[in-house]
Design a protein around this ligand. Structure first.
Ligand code: TPP
Ligand code: SF4
Ligand code: MG
Length: 363
């Protein structure tokens, strides 16, 4: 005898109910106040750094997913810092996987629940199944397993929390480390003054283009309602979904701890992190157009990892951001076009609000 598999549909959060929305000087709504669930499957009491972006992402994603959830976490900061001495902050079932196996382990969980429900050995409904893997895991060491899981279309949400480095082992370069991002493996010096020479791997576009039957989206911890809604859309989608979330790493990037969420906004407003959703139903990309367009220096100068950048490096970064604006269908204002000229820039550590040079981990 075969039993039917009942899947849950989670309602989306309203962005309209902003009881206390306030605007900043650019007209951005700073405080969304939708009615949020009381459930908090990522409870307080973990050991991540103050201001840790991945921890903020974990909390919002699990709040959106709710209590009927099982979650996996490959090796990385969010495994190590969250599970010391056999304690974890999870109030839902959680499993650690090897760094390469986030995709394959989660495929197995999804297939296992499906089979158990069909055979009548699990009463159901089908739980929310998700994995949250770092960029080193999702875009590099575990990329094959992630891609395989998406390709086979297992009914689960595959999340990459992207802190743009291998953080847990001491801030080494990863494929998603941005151009000029200083890490312990990409120090700046006379031979390579920009630090990292290569542009970052475009993981989310790879996932969308390579697995067109999947729901794929990008987001940041600067847009919590967007992050929670994309989590729910990914879970509601029947089949595999991939979410790529920008999550600042205070220790590796060297910035003021209170600025994590602000960075999550500025990276979008400076054109360096296009926020979009790929919907398999119409096979289209739906791009978010931020109300503010900033020069990249507004973002870069807040972080020590970029403090070594010379005028030509900043100009290269601005040219990349301008290409991104065009790619998402936005005009590039003349003021930003002019900033492609190195003569318009100073050394980054001479910029206003600049942070000290990052001379190494935790410097
Ligand atoms: C196969 C393998 N190679 C290397 C490691 C060592 N290692 C443990 S955590 C980690 C960093 C993972 O980086 P990421 O996935 O980006 O997560 P983050 O630490 O940044 O949260 C590495 C390299 C490992 N555990 N397994
Ligand atoms: S090193 Fe970075 S990612 Fe790791 S716990 Fe600290 S802030 Fe979070
Ligand atoms: Mg990482």
């Amino acid at each position: 005898m075969s039993y039917e598999v009942h899947r849950q549909q989670l309602p989306l959060f309203e962005e309209d109910g902003r009881a206390a929305a306030t605007d900043d000087e650019h007209g951005r709504d700073l405080h969304y106040l939708p009615t949020l669930p009381d459930e908090d499957p990522y409870a307080a009491g973990h050991r991540t750094c103050a201001g840790c972006g991945p921890a903020i992402q974990y909390r919002w994603v699990l709040k959106a997913a709710g209590n009927d959830t099982v979650v996996a976490g490959p090796t990385g900061c969010m495994y190590v810092a969250n599970s010391t001495y056999l304690c974890t902050p999870y109030t839902v079932p959680w499993a650690h996987t090897p760094i390469a196996s986030g995709g394959s382990f989660t495929s197995g969980m999804a297939a296992g629940y499906e089979a158990m429900i069909r055979k009548g050995r699990y009463p159901g409904p089908y739980p929310n199944i998700l994995v949250m893997a770092g960029d080193g895991s999702a875009s590099d060491i575990g990329l094959g397993g992630m891609s395989g899981a998406l390709y086979r279309n297992h009914d689960a949400l595959f999340v990459c929390y992207d802190n743009e480095c291998y953080a847990n082992t001491g801030i080494q370069v990863s494929p998603t480390t941005p151009y000029a991002g200083m890490t312990t493996f990409t120090p700046f010096g006379k031979a390579i003054p920009e630090g990292k020479k290569l542009p970052p791997k475009n993981l989310a576009k790879m996932m969308a283009e390579g697995h067109p039957h999947c729901y794929v989206a990008t987001t940041t911890v600067g847009y919590p309602v967007d992050l929670m809604n994309k989590t729910r859309k990914g879970l509601n989608h029947q089949g595999a979904a991939f979410l790529h979330c920008y999550t600042p790493c205070q220790k590796g990037w060297v910035y003021q701890t209170s600025m994590t969420v602000e960075l999550g906004r500025r990276v979008v407003e400076s054109g360096l992190w296009p926020m979009w959703e790929y919907r398999p139903e119409d096979r289209e990309y739906h791009y978010f157009h931020p109300p503010v367009q900033r020069p990249v220096t507004d973002y870069l100068a807040m972080q020590g990892r970029f403090g070594h950048m010379l005028p030509e490096h900043v100009a290269t970064m601005q040219a990349g951001a301008n290409r991104n604006w065009e790619a998402i269908g936005m005009d590039v204002p003349k003021s930003l076009r002019e900033l492609e000229d190195p003569a318009r820039h100073k050394r980054l550590h001479d910029e206003e609000y600049s942070m000290p040079l990052n001379r190494g981990v935790g410097a």
